[in-house]
Design a protein around this ligand. Structure first.
Ligand code: T1G
Length: 697
């Protein structure tokens, strides 16, 4: 008898219970247990109806993703689902929490489904580069019709119980909180009424009604933009279409073929890596579940600019009061006005209600004095990147804030230890680097200083979860992890243009790789003056920073989107970057001034120089312990800079390319170009020599 799936009888209801924490995933042991328990139910002459229910936080949340890539052990999930569907006795699934992927497919193999009103169902396989591979593409459309099935399967979005009832995915919704009890009541009713089995595969009215419709070609057309670069969404459409063109068993065969194509794609490997990496980053080296975490019941934010306002919104969204301090009433009023406008826009789009707008605004207060921070548990400084000003602010905070308050800087590059040195409590000082727009971007780069205590590290990681961010703990160096690598990519991109490439050629190589925008479109969004100020600060600090054609842009006040012209030009009300012949001329003049003869540059060279310089820097970041694992770097880049999750992150992608290929190119560019950035990382050389990968560090 399986430990993870048990059978018992309550009255004339045979109950099959799955108990496999944390989410009842359909591991081999669960699949075998289900078959055995179902067999028991069939043989139990006292049982008129069978009930499938789960212990713990949720109904089955899908196939066991940890088994992907390993040899599949029988029974496979399609066969398990078919066993349930072929049962002579009606089987009811009682759903709580989430029935996802193979979990929903198992429930669709049952004859009836009852869900708690708090439950959600979904087929999120597409988010792992897959498609529902246990009949979901064949059974779901039989209940919902083509359009809704296509929407659910290609988006992977969950559907609440009430909507699932309306769509015919479940047969009843129970307002209680106990799935077993709800399931027993429903099953008893089926038994008492002598209801027959109702196999979803035999429900064909919707299939007949939409046979030969052009819903699939229309849907594919709409998918082109949304699923740019992705492989499995289009296979999802093919699989659902098979349900309308083939008999059930042949449709199942077609689904299997398409599923295996997805399973073997590098995109599935990348997305599954990203799925687990997003969860691994919350397990920080040196911290444990027992590390104390301080309670953060209220926060202070310094600066009501774009970042400060966005930061405050994150806390208000999580129900945590935030007080913003500014130096001038006018700046404060402007900042609070922008926050309200952001919320009103979300309400207009139906993302939140008007009542939520008011509730959240009520949680955000403004003040012109630091006294407002006396009782807050955490203060986040978000003023511009000037070390002297930051140190002045932290010295003041040190004098005002209560003992135990955490003092955080939103700095994107500056030295946390130097900031902490302005206080008497360096153990309470930490970096919390939000990404613009702060109320939208999911990454929170938490930066530990030399003296930052474990308790403070654990607290800011818990705060990340609370405000629904993906927190990554990183070490303290110029640019930390994300920007340190970005600066290398940016410098290479600028050099490539110096040498003969156009900005739009460089940007296209990066967007073809899967970034949402290229290097120069991103510079226009962030502001050309941001990079210019950083280069000027470094020149003033005595660093040898080469002149750049982008300095000329800043000097001509071409600052990007905010001035309707930067690297590109912009039309009124549009953010679409348009190549500008004036910039081509500016670049040509700069090359002439510098004595550079432009040359033809291939896309491959652009890809290697922009991406491999980042990977080489990532390897140095690992060597120095600034990032603990390669997956931390992957998550920083996926959630902070839009690196395509289907490639797993820059370090995972490097492993797939082969570190020997990367190292050969880095050594070649070191010979051709020189510079610190192309000095091959010792770790990269070591891994290649040992035949290892970043992932197996
Ligand atoms: N397999 C293995 N482990 C899983 C898992 C899964 N399907 N889902 C979650 N976990 C682990 C996760 O790694 C973490 O582990 C812990 O459970 C809690 O997860 C044939 C092939 C269910 C909504 O895509 O969306 O079915 O870090 O932190 O925020 O068609 O987990 O504690 O060690 O995310 O409360 C389809 C994926 C699979 C669902 C819960 N199913 N999971 O969220 O907790 S493919 C999915 C989720 C499939 C079939 C195909 C979420 C959740 P640890 P968590 P949560």
């Amino acid at each position: 008898m399986s430990e993870v799936v048990t059978y018992n009888r309550e009255g004339n209801i045979g109950v099959i219970t799955v108990d496999y924490p944390p989410v009842n995933a359909l591991s081999h042991s669960v699949r075998s247990g289900l078959v055995a328990a179902l067999e028991q139910g069939q043989l139990d002459s006292e049982a008129k109806v069978l009930l499938l229910v789960c212990e713990g936080r949720t109904f089955i949340a899908g196939a066991d993703i940890r088994e992907f890539g390993k040899p599949m052990q029988e029974p496979g999930l399609p066969a398990v689902v078919r066993h349930f569907e072929d049962s002579e006795k009606p089987v009811i699934a009682a759903i709580h929490g989430t029935a996802l992927g193979g979990g929903l497919e198992t429930a669709l193999g049952c004859h009836y489904r009852v869900a708690l009103s708090s439950a959600k169902v979904g087929l999120p396989e597409v988010k792992l580069g897959l498609l529902p591979g246990a009949g979901g593409t064949q059974r779901l459309p039989r209940l919902t019709g083509a359009q809704k099935a296509l929407e659910m399967i290609t988006s992977g979005e969950f559907v609440g119980a009430k909507d699932a009832l309306a769509l015919g995915i479940v047969d009843a919704v129970d307002e209680g909180g106990d799935a077993r009890a709800a399931g027993l009541v429903f099953a008893q009713k089926i038994a008492d009424e002598g209801k027959p089995v109702r196999r979803v595969r035999d429900v064909t009215d919707k299939i007949e009604a939409e046979k030969g419709s052009d819903v699939f070609s229309q849907f594919r057309a709409g998918l082109e933009k949304k699923a740019r670069g992705l492989f499995s969404p289009f296979k999802c459409v093919d699989a659902v279409e098979a349900a309308f063109n083939l008999p059930f068993d042949e449709g199942m065969k077609r689904e299997r073929e398409l599923f295996m194509e997805c399973m073997e794609s590098p995109q599935r490997a990348g997305l599954v890596h990203a799925f687990f990496a997003e969860r691994e980053v919350s397990k920080v080296k040196g911290l444990s579940k027992d590390t104390p975490v301080r309670d953060v019941k209220s926060v202070g934010v310094i600066g009501a600019g774009t970042m400060g306002g966005g930061i405050a919104m994150n806390f208000a969204n999580a129900g945590i009061p935030a007080t913003i301090v500014e130096v001038k009433q006018e700046a404060l009023d402007k900042g609070l006005g922008i926050i309200r406008k952001n919320y009103e826009n979300s309400a207009k789009k139906g993302r939140i209600t008007q009542q939520q707008v008011e509730e959240r605004m009520a949680l955000i207060n403004g003040s012109l004095t630091y006294d407002a921070f006396r009782d807050v548990d955490l203060v986040i400084e978000a003023v511009f990147e000037n070390m002297a000003i930051k140190k002045e602010i932290f010295a003041k905070l040190d004098g005002v804030c209560k003992p135990g308050a955490i003092l955080a800087s939103n700095t994107s590059t500056l030295d946390i230890d130097e900031i902490a040195s302005a206080t008497k409590r360096p153990e309470d000082v930490v970096g919390m680097h939000f990404f613009s727009p702060a109320n939208v971007m999911k990454l929170l780069e938490n930066v530990r200083g030399t003296h930052t205590s474990d308790e403070v590290k654990a607290t800011v990681m818990a705060v990340a979860k609370k405000i629904r961010k993906v927190g990554v703990m990183v070490g303290n160096c110029h640019g930390f992890v994300g920007n340190r690598m970005l600066h290398k990519r940016g410098a290479e991109a600028m050099s490539l243009v110096n040498e003969g490439a156009t900005p739009q050629q460089v940007d296209k190589v990066l967007t073809d790789l899967g970034y949402p925008m290229g290097q120069f479109a991103m510079s226009d969004l962030a502001g050309i003056d941001v990079g210019y100020r950083i280069r000027e600060e470094r020149r003033n600090a005595g660093e040898d920073v080469a002149p750049s054609w982008m300095d000329k842009l800043a000097e001509q006040n071409r600052l990007g989107q905010k001035t309707m012209a930067g690297v590109y030009k912009y039309e009124e009300g549009s953010r679409k970057p348009i190549p500008d012949p004036e910039v081509d001329q500016l670049i040509a003049d700069f090359r002439e001034e510098q004595g550079i003869t432009p040359r033809e540059i291939t896309d491959q060279e652009i890809l290697e120089r922009c991406m491999y310089v980042m990977i080489n820097e990532g390897a140095k970041i690992l060597e120095e312990g600034i990032a603990d694992r390669a997956l931390d770097i992957d998550i920083v880049w996926i959630y902070g800079y839009g690196f395509p999750a289907y490639r797993g992150g820059p370090m995972f992608w490097a492993d797939q390319i082969g570190l020997d290929t990367i190292l050969n190119a880095v050594e070649k560019y070191h010979d051709d170009i020189g510079g610190e950035q192309w000095k091959p990382s010792a770790l990269l050389k070591k891994l290649v020599a040992e035949g290892k990968t970043f992932g197996k560090l």
